[in-house]
Design a protein around this ligand. Structure first.
Ligand code: NAD
Length: 551
């Protein structure tokens, strides 16, 4: 009988599957559960509250077994973390097709999901947990870095030097916030109620120091701000209690956001509950816990609005905290914007998004060589150069070495083809898995986040992620996934992902060229369709065909 145990992807060039495409899926599944990568690997939880890589350990073992014997013309079907079939397809077809957490509209809520999960019928896949392309906190670091850079550009003359950012949540994704702020030269106070989350971020050098108290945190923050020195400060406590206190005391905060697991009320600590009792309370009395968590979120959001009224730049960082606060009856929850309409949408219009790759060799030198290749490929892109240089110095690899950077339409395919050539020539020790977050330009419908406030009102139209998944299947991706509920929770998002393996073969090169053109191409056409001028000019310049604008 299988049960929890440490999992680590094999390194090197010896295959335990019948080809690199299958081996890549196998290693990336295992890598998602590597204790260096996953937040709670014994529970198969990778990140984002309860985002899992496999439904249970038996399913995990069955996927490993199946991937090891899967042929080049076969496809494994995964239904919410469990392998349910192997079908004969063809060599251009994905080796794995994944559907996670999908529910029919009227049933798409946490209560029904939990009921089905308790029956063993489904699993929460988050975005890259159930689609096996989570690469640890670095994955979100780049996006968070870009977002804070955009905040700096919009409000603070291009730098966060001399400012204090207040946020909460130092988990798998939220843990990127302190480093993203200091990379932009700012000061950050980061609250978390879990002491291990704070320790872990310090260990990984994403967080600089831990304060002993709120007063200590504010003293450290103001000193660093006045000296215009970057510093990130961890503060233990409940954000729903600390934010209102800080607001009442007139704390000098310039920017406020949040990345607690607010999308899942069972993962947000209510007021008056000890962190140590949180898990048992949530398990034993989920309805009661949910209500108290929502009430706490309302207090939290009310304080965020208070900071906004006092002049701070405030934004929702895609965890649905405004929606939950509204459910608890707080009517000003949506007074501050989500980060996508505020900062990211112009990038989406250019097909830009979180491109990432992992070295299946396990060798850091493979990533350093790809870093160098990126700098050569895009000599004119200054922010890319800044990021790659800082990432090389400051990013601690978790699990298989990996890199992320935001690239747009016409760039991702160039990078992918170059990587494939580097594998073919033997410059790299082994193939690369090239993928992305589901949070991308043309792969998600999520009205509280990626598609909030679309120009044409098409926020909730979920045809786009489905078309995205289908086009990636048709273009030759190695594995493709369609999920529901990632980022913002059940009923609030539908999104798709793809991973394509650069194994150095000519066939892989052909697939990469198509997938890495068509996948960001979905972002361009989705935003042309919604009426964005930037997307229209990108489509016209780069020859992206949009029938309704032709003829
Ligand atoms: P996680 O579960 O790994 O971490 C959440 C952290 O919040 C935990 O460390 C927990 O201790 C802490 N927490 C919970 N309640 C708290 C409270 N009341 N006060 C202080 N701390 C509290 O989750 P994650 O992967 O870090 O993701 C966090 C959230 O951000 C999720 O909702 C996720 O969907 C969202 N997210 C958004 C984006 C984006 O759009 N930019 C990207 C990634 C994640």
């Amino acid at each position: 009988m299988s049960g929890p145990r440490p999992v680590r992807a094999p390194r090197g060039t010896e295959l335990s599957a019948l080809g690199w495409q299958q081996e890549a899926a196998l290693r990336m599944l295992q890598n998602n559960l590597d204790p260096e990568v996953a937040e709670h690997p014994d529970k198969l939880v990778v990140y984002g509250g309860t985002g899992k890589a496999a439904r249970d350990w038996r399913s995990f073992d069955a996927m490993v077994r199946t991937l090891q014997t899967l042929k080049q013309d076969e496809t494994m079907l995964v239904q919410s973390g469990r392998p349910v079939g192997v079908m004969q397809t063809h060599e251009w077809a994905p080796r794995v097709l994944i559907a996670n957490s999908n529910l029919v509209g009227d049933w798409a809520n946490w209560e029904e999901f939990r009921r089905l999960e308790a029956l063993g019928l489904t699993m929460y896949g988050q975005m890259t947990a159930g689609s096996w392309i989570y690469i640890g906190t670095q994955g979100i670091l780049q996006g968070t870095y870009e977002t804070f850079a955009a905040v700096a550009a919009k409000k603070f003359n291009g730098t966060l030097a001399g400012t204090i950012t207040l946020t909460a949540g130092l988990g798998g994704m939220g843990g990127a916030q302190p480093l993203a702020v200091t990379m932009n030269d700012g000061v950050a106070i980061c609250i978390d109620c879990d002491p291990r989350a704070i320790e872990r971020r310090i260990e990984h050098r994403y967080l600089d120091v831990r304060a002993d108290s709120l007063e200590h945190a504010l003293q450290l923050a103001t000193e660093a701000r006045d000296a215009r020195k970057p510093l990130s400060i961890g503060l233990l406590g409940n954000a729903a209690e600390l934010l209102p206190r800080m607001l009442a005391e007139g704390a000098p905060i310039d920017i406020v956001t949040d990345q607690t697991s607010a999308h899942d009320p069972l993962a947000y600590l209510p007021i008056g509950v000890d962190f140590d009792d949180m898990a048992s309370y949530a398990a034993e009395k989920p309805a009661d816990f949910t209500q108290r968590a929502r009430e706490a979120m309302a207090k939290h959001v009310e304080a965020m609005v208070g900071f906004m009224d006092a002049g701070a730049e405030v934004f929702d960082y895609g965890n649905s905290i405004r929606g939950e606060a509204q459910l608890a009856g707080y009517d000003r929850a949506f007074d501050f914007p989500g980060f996508v309409p505020a900062y990211i949408r112009p990038l989406f219009c250019e097909g830009k998004g979180p491109f990432r790759w992992a070295a299946l060799s396990g060798e850091a030198s493979d990533i350093h060589k790809t870093d160098k290749a990126m700098l050569e490929l895009f000599p004119e892109n200054e922010s890319l150069h800044r990021w790659i240089k800082m990432a090389g110095e400051r990013v601690h690899f978790q699990g298989l070495p990996a890199r992320i950077c935001w690239l747009g339409y016409g760039e991702r395919d160039r990078a992918g083809e170059r990587f494939n050539d580097m594998v073919a020539s033997g410059e790299l020790a082994a193939p690369l898995a090239i993928g992305r977050d589901h949070l991308d330009c043309g792969s998600v419908a999520s009205p509280y986040r990626e598609t909030e406030a679309m120009l044409d009102g098409s926020d909730a139209i979920a045809d786009w992620p489905l078309l995205n998944a289908m086009v990636n299947v048709a273009s030759g991706a190695s594995w493709v996934s369609i999920h529901h509920g990632g980022g913002v929770g059940m009923g609030r998002s539908i999104h798709a992902g793809q991973v394509t393996v650069a194994d150095g073969t000519k066939l892989a090169g052909e697939k990469i060229r198509r997938v890495l053109t068509n996948d960001p191409g979905m972002g361009v056409i989705r935003h042309v369709d919604a009426g964005y001028d930037i997307a229209e000019s990108v489509a016209a310049d780069k020859g992206v065909r949009v029938p309704m604008t032709e003829g």
